[in-house]
Design a protein around this ligand. Structure first.
Ligand SMILES: Nc1ncnc2c1ncn2[C@@H]1O[C@H](COP(=O)(O)OP(=O)(O)OP(=O)(O)O)[C@@H](O)[C@H]1O
Ligand SMILES: [Mg+2]
Length: 256
């Protein structure tokens, strides 16, 4: 698997946190991923301390005036990325006029030989299900879905399954994996929610858990990932376990 779309229609569940820290984990292991911020909120871009012009962002690609490769920047820890901009929200409002836009990202990743090159590509999606998220889901080999350890998580996951099932009208089924985020050991609600998810999605639920962590929250405030903010923290251990599990299950493509 090469292209990973980090998606959940529910807001604030940890998509951006997961994208940033999975990318950092790869970089930590000497693998330079390509990360695409596909959310007009541009939170991931801001996490990297950037405030690019619209013309330097993925918006230009959707305008049809730039290939993806011309928009790639490189950050300190060796992560290649394409930033986002608020103007990108315009793309999501054009679904009726530009239905074919949903294929644009997949086709470009292939044509520009980014997909399948051995470089993992991580796409941080917005919580909106418009052109942008559709493009990411159709471009993806794997859909990685963070779920918060809270009541109704199972409801949300079942709704999401229906959405993803709808996507199969357009193209083949995508592999998907759920990961529980903001988990607190010993919290009976969290334990119950995880057990429910495990029962309903025995194959799709990852065994890695991302725990609630002050380091994760504080790292964002300093425009850092957990490895640079708190390399010996339990949060960095969680993300290392995640990468190990993805590699072990052959869910992430890494150049030998
Ligand atoms: N494991 C965690 N421990 C502590 N805080 C967390 C954790 N995961 C996420 N957060 C915090 O929760 C908030 C929302 O996370 P994040 O921005 O990653 O969610 P999101 O799904 O990308 O949101 P949106 O749907 O708006 O794009 C952030 O303040 C983030 O720092
Ligand atoms: Mg986000």
């Amino acid at each position: 698997m090469t292209v990973i779309a980090v998606f959940n229609q529910k807001g604030g569940v940890g998509k951006t946190t997961l994208s940033a820290n999975l990318a950092a984990t790869l970089a930590q292991n000497g693998i330079a991923p390509l990360v695409i911020d596909l959310d007009p909120q541009a939170h991931l871009t801001a996490t990297w301390g950037l405030n690019p012009r619209a013309s330097q962002s993925i918006y230009r690609f959707y305008q049809g005036t730039s290939p993806l490769t011309d928009l790639i920047q490189t950050s300190g820890p060796g992560i290649h990325f394409i930033p986002s901009h608020l103007e990108l929200a315009r793309v999501d409002s054009q679904l009726v006029r530009h239905r074919d836009h949903i294929w644009r990202l997949k086709l470009a990743l292939e044509a520009e030989m980014l997909a399948g090159s051995g470089t993992p590509i991580i796409i941080d999606c917005s919580p909106m299900l418009g052109i942008l998220s559709f493009s990411a889901l159709l471009a993806a080999d794997l859909i990685l879905i963070p779920v918060a350890a809270e009541f109704l998580a199972l409801n949300g996951a079942c709704m999401l399954e229906r959405t993803l099932f709808g996507l199969e009208k357009f193209d083949r089924r995508r592999e998907r994996r759920y990961i529980v985020n903001r988990y607190q050991d010993g919290n009976p609600t969290h334990e119950k929610v995880r057990a429910q998810l495990e029962k309903h999605f025995p194959r799709e639920l990852l065994r890695t858990i991302i725990h609630e962590s002050n380091d994760i929250m504080a790292a964002v405030g300093d425009n850092l990932d957990v490895f640079r903010y708190a390399p010996d923290s339990s949060a960095s251990t969680d993300f290392s376990f995640l990468l190990d599990e993805l590699i072990e299950k052959n869910l992430i493509g890494i150049e030998e």
